[in-house]
Design a protein around this ligand. Structure first.
Ligand SMILES: [Zn+2]
Length: 86
């Protein structure tokens, strides 16, 4: 999944949450505006997501599901290690 984060106020938006019915999102400080534009037939694309910013470029991070899974696994390992020997 792709997250769009405003570096000014820290609001995070998830790109896949933006769709035809949910097509105008903004961060709390108004720096970032994310819009969904419907594709026009015969395009097979669902549509396009456009990102506009006023002062600071957003931090766009792509997180694969595998990466997320790996992180979670790593974190649970850490907690287990911390608990060990106490
Ligand atoms: Zn903001």
């Amino acid at each position: 999944m792709t997250t769009i984060e405003c570096v000014e106020c820290g609001t995070k938006m998830i790109a896949s949450d933006i769709n035809h019915d949910h097509n105008n999102l903004g961060c709390e400080c108004g720096n970032i505006q994310v819009k969904f534009i419907d594709s026009v037939a015969p395009s097979k694309l669902r549509g396009l997501i456009t990102i506009n910013y006023k002062t600071s470029y957003p931090n766009i991070v792509e997180i694969s599901q595998f990466e997320e899974f790996r992180k979670k696994k790593e974190e649970s390992k850490k907690t287990k290690k911390l608990g060990f020997g106490e």
